[in-house]
Design a protein around this ligand. Structure first.
Ligand code: ADP
Length: 407
């Protein structure tokens, strides 16, 4: 009785197979560079060995076939038959306004995911390809969609609307949706558990700082506001993405670049953020190395990145009328004490006081504020895959036989 999670990115597929009795990962893998000659599948049957298979993997359907083959390989596989997989959970990037929760996949659901392609043209088609390939390989296994946007569907209307003519929202669905919902929800629940308090009693800010970065205000256990918008370009400064800008920059930059709006958005998505400002790299480790060597542009990029986080903390504390907990997560949030310390510097007036030794300790899950800090500041590693597996089991049960609708 095993639950499989699948996360299809533009040229990758990540999978994990869980024994949900214990929540142990029994196998995991990564297919990379799908569609290129260098495509490969790295499979790890946890505790029994790893294998790398390099072969032409032209698309995500073939990646799913190769994954199934690896999972049931007589030598290094972990299941004898595909029937041992009782349910499959998929990460789906955009669920629009239709999905405020995870859902069991059927024809109506795939049709609705298709309708959201207009909001996530790079991601939703790939997510659908993963779903369709699994349906072809394992037609009797129930599948669940877990949306990046679902957790944020609780945002109030005055928060999610843009101040543009209302028809854009009413006729075309133009509004803030937010992303990384699975991660924000996972770390918020975990942080509340670690503090021994119900999440609904806490005013919390969760900062997901990875390649993509977003920050969320959580009140009454629900997402109240979040920094990403209609698309993941909005909000914090990121590795390669600009985050918030003056929208009038778009025609201005188009004129300079001799391009159109799409060309500018490409610059804002791929050539901006830490990379664009520093000229060094999108990777925070490289930025900090360059800073240490005296690179001024790397130093200003770092300062901008941290300052933007601090500004959002202030905004969200004001929006919630107070603050009890800040949680840092994802690659930078979990591993970078300098970013955490710089982002929290000057927030003493809000009751935030960082303990240097705790912040710099090697523990993975920890409180990094001082004992007398009124706001608890924490580091909580995210685990989107486990959250997807839990959601899948919640909807279809460990044996995959629970009927939809029954809690
Ligand atoms: P993704 O959003 O692709 O899942 P991650 O959550 O893995 O990304 O985060 C990637 C980011 O985490 C990169 O900017 C990387 O530099 C940063 N990162 C990873 N390890 C460290 C570290 N030890 N110190 C600082 N930054 C780190």
């Amino acid at each position: 009785m095993k639950t499989l999670t699948i996360n299809c990115g533009s040229s990758s597929l990540k999978y994990q197979l869980y024994d949900m009795e214990t929540e142990a990962v029994v196998a995991k893998g990564l297919v990379e560079r799908i569609g290129t000659d260098g495509a490969s599948l790295k499979h790890d049957s946890v505790g029994r060995g790893k294998i790398t298979i390099r072969s032409g993997i032209p698309n995500h359907s073939v990646a799913v076939q190769d994954m199934v083959q690896a999972l049931r390989d007589p030598e290094y596989g972990v299941v004898k038959s595909i029937d041992e997989i009782t349910a499959i959970g998929h990460r789906v990037v955009h669920g629009g306004e239709r999905f405020s929760d995870s859902v069991v996949i059927g024809p109506e659901v795939t049709a609705a995911i298709k309708e959201c392609i207009k909001f996530a043209p790079l991601h939703n088609p790939i997510n659908l390809m993963g779903i369709e390939a699994c349906t072809a390989m394992c037609p009797d296994v129930p599948q669940v969609a877990v949306f990046d946007t679902a957790f944020h569907q609780t945002m109030p209307k005055y928060v999610y609307l843009y101040a543009i003519p209302y028809d854009y929202y009413q006729l075309h669905g133009v509004r803030r949706y937010g992303f990384h919902g699975t991660s924000h929800q996972f770390v918020a629940n975990r942080a509340a558990k670690l503090l021994g308090k119900p999440l609904k009693d806490l005013k919390m800010i969760t900062a997901h700082l990875g390649n993509g970065c977003s920050i969320t205000a959580i009140q009454h256990g629900q997402s109240q506001e979040t920094s990403m918008g209609l698309t993941p370009l909005n909000g914090l400064m990121m590795g390669q993405r600009s985050g918030d800008i003056d929208p009038a920059l778009i025609p201005f930059m188009a004129e300079i670049e001799k391009t159109d709006a799409e060309g500018v958005v490409n610059v804002l998505n791929k050539k901006s953020g830490l990379l664009g400002v520093s000229g060094v790299s999108h990777d925070m480790r490289d930025i900090e190395k360059a800073m240490a060597e005296g690179n001024e542009r790397a130093a200003i990029a770092h300062k901008m990145f941290c300052h933007r986080i601090k500004k959002y903390v202030g905004t969200y504390a004001a929006g919630m009328g107070g603050l009890d907990v800040i949680v840092f997560t994802a690659g930078i949030g979990e591993n970078d004490p300098l970013v955490r310390a710089t982002a929290c510097e000057g927030l003493e007036y809000l009751g935030v006081e960082i303990d240097k030794a705790r912040n710099e300790s090697s523990e993975k899950e920890k409180v990094i504020s001082t004992d007398k800090s009124r706001v608890k500041v924490m580091v909580v590693p995210t685990n989107e895959e486990l959250m997807i597996a839990r959601e899948t089991v919640r909807l279809v049960g460990k044996d995959g036989k629970k009927k939809p609708g029954k809690k």
